[in-house]
Design a binder for this molecule. Structure first.
Ligand code: AMP
Length: 590
């Protein structure tokens, strides 16, 4: 039972009495040596969480649940949308497989602090590899399975992994894409040489092993089991490269102790999940949501985690929710748009849906959230995240006894414990501006960025006073502490000196029933500096595509003619990052 009755009491306690707040939160974790201190300032001005404590994250995610009688409960349920395979792994089975594979990694010479690069699609073996690294204190670096040689080589050179783990293929839709060409290209391009590669052979596309270099994943799983090692709270658990939404990909480093505490608290407080509940994230394990809510948070909390390989259709998502009695579904606006599209062609009864649905990752227009709420008849909650923070900066809190106010269509919730957002207006007196977070950031956020074997916090993350972390997101904060998001600060368009976020224009266009998705970017304008240009993807199957004039008319009516929208392009797709977010920068008109 959480000790606070209201949101304000909880949030104020975390900001005003951080030591007792976080030491209490830390009781959700099984420590080797329990913390006496919550936060300590590092020599470089950044912060370490639980600096006097030791633990093992894998023990918290796996072994302790077997010890506490959850051995026969499903830990991971995997469904491949590509091959239609399914696998259910209990906590006891997971313990055996992780301990064995950890022993196998050891036999390849991997030890504490060594990096292991995992370039795998979402599979049970991906989670096993991550947890096995955590067990022996190695630092996992999961990268997108679909990267071509040069992208993979960049990451190999960045982290210098002792071992690379891959599957023999990943899938694009139902088509197997062999991994060997990208791996061989990457190894030819990279300056650094890993000692070994481990391969998961998949039936759809077997690869021939290179003698001395390659090892079979499932054979290594049969190795003598390795026990969890004791790690300091601030020892690195993993490095995860940002998707590029927040600039050039950076290797974000996450610690062990702060990460475990933040995720365990979030399962209680934000998602309202208890041990034994089922959590389903549609995110690839290679992204931060997949790390945090596909693997670590549900497992640390003794829940069952449903993970999927490939893009699940709306009907597949609903069937999985029904079959596994999912309590929380965590998905993205893009996935939600596809569900909306598919729902138009579905007939028959809607299967029961999860108790609550969460979206994050990119702007979700209010029309979409409204559709989801009425379609599923359940709360649909938007919350705000970055790879850097590892969990949500703002959210709604299903674990509090007081009913959190019904989420508004536009807000992204109120700050999670320990986050204190403030607005830096670019024009004095304006309510909107860049959202900055006052330091220290709460546990679970980045310990730093990996660069040349060291962990540093780049100056670009800090404001000039070194007291705030810069999110590079724009928004505003209400008196109720609810935060509204206007998009990335570099997506703001300046028309004749007046600022308008592309997202504000997108919101109007997206409300048109024939629109599937849209993006608005700035184009240079000789007279007024910049003007907006809209790219619109119509719904599939619409009989009459609306005219540009109709879209321009809507925007002018809602926001005023000063916006100067004159160009609306109807397109079939919008460019996205590999994680599926719209990349407005790639639409920029020069
Ligand atoms: P990434 O680190 O790749 O996960 O991207 C983080 C960025 O995604 C944030 O800085 C935001 O720009 C965007 N983002 C995340 N969640 C939301 C949300 N709920 N609404 C709007 N944008 C979001």
């Amino acid at each position: 039972m959480l000790p606070w009755t209201t949101y304000e009491a909880m949030h104020d306690a975390a900001l005003n009495q951080p030591e007792p707040f976080w030491l209490e939160a830390a009781q959700r974790i099984t420590w080797k040596q329990a913390p006496m201190t919550a936060c300590r300032t590092r020599a470089d001005g950044w912060h370490d969480w639980f600096p006097d404590a030791t633990l093992n994250t894998c023990h918290n995610a796996v072994d302790r649940h077997v010890e506490n009688g959850r051995g026969e409960q499903a830990a991971l349920i995997w469904h491949s949308c590509a091959t239609k395979e399914r696998q259910v792994v209990t906590y006891r089975e997971l313990q055996g497989r992780v301990a064995g594979f950890a022993g196998g990694l050891r036999s390849l010479g991997v030890g504490k602090g060594d990096r292991v690069l995992i370039a795998m699609p979402t599979m049970i073996e991906t989670a096993i590899a991550m947890l096995a690294c955590a067990r022996i204190g190695a630092v996992h670096v999961v990268v997108f399975a679909g990267y071509a040689g040069p992208e993979l080589a960049r990451r190999i050179d960045d982290v210098a992994p002792k071992v690379i783990i891959m599957a023999s293929c990943s899938f694009q839709g139902q088509t197997p894409i062999p991994s060997a060409p990208a791996l061989n290209d990457a190894l030819a391009l990279a300056a650094y040489r890993p000692q070994a590669c481990v391969i998961v052979q998949r039936a759809a596309c077997q690869t021939s092993f290179m003698p001395l270099r390659d090892h079979d994943f499932h054979t290594l799983e049969q190795s003598a089991p390795a026990e969890p090692v004791t790690l300091r709270s601030e020892d690195p658990l993993y490095i995860l490269h940002t998707s590029g939404t927040t600039g050039h990909p950076k290797g974000i480093v996450r610690d062990n102790g702060g990460h475990a505490v933040a995720l365990a608290l979030s399962m209680d407080l934000i998602y309202g999940c208890k041990p034994g509940d089922t959590f389903f994230t549609t995110s690839d394990l290679g992204w931060v949501v997949g790390h945090s809510y596909g693997v670590y948070a549900p497992l640390i909390s003794g829940c069952t985690s449903v993970i999927v390989e490939g893009g699940a259709s709306a009907s597949a998502i609903r069937a999985l929710c029904h079959e596994h009695d999912v309590k929380c579904l965590f998905t993205t606006p893009t996935q939600m748009r596809l569900m909306r599209q598919e729902s138009r062609n579905l007939s028959g009864a809607i299967l029961p849906t999860p108790a609550r649905i969460f979206v994050a990752g990119e702007y979700a227009d209010p029309t979409l959230l409204e559709w989801a709420r009425s379609y599923f008849c359940k709360p649909v909650v938007n919350h705000w995240w970055q790879t850097e923070t590892g969990w949500s900066i703002t959210a709604h809190f299903f674990g509090l006894p007081e009913r959190d106010p019904v989420p508004l269509m536009n807000d992204i919730g109120r700050p999670a414990p320990g986050f204190r957002p403030e607005i830096v207006p670019s024009i004095p007196g304006e309510q909107c501006g860049e959202i900055v977070l006052s330091l220290p950031l709460p546990p679970g956020c980045l310990a730093g960025v990996w660069k040349d074997g060291a962990i540093r916090v780049p100056a670009a993350y800090l404001d000039e006073t070194n007291r705030y972390y810069r999110t590079f997101d724009e928004g505003m904060i209400e008196a109720s502490r609810a935060v509204h998001m206007l998009g990335r600060s570099d997506d703001v368009i300046k028309v004749a000196g007046r600022r308008i976020s592309g997202v504000q224009i997108e919101k109007i266009i997206a409300a048109h029933p024939a629109v599937h998705a849209c993006a608005v970017v700035a184009s240079p304008d000789e007279l007024r500096g910049q003007r907006p240009v809209a790219y619109v993807v119509p719904n599939s199957g619409v009989k009459v595509i609306p005219s540009s004039e109709e879209m321009i008319g809507r925007v002018n009516q809602a926001l005023g003619r000063w916006i100067g929208l004159k160009e609306v392009h109807f397109v079939r797709h919008l460019p996205t990052t590999v994680s599926g977010k719209i990349t407005r920068k790639r639409l920029l008109v020069s």
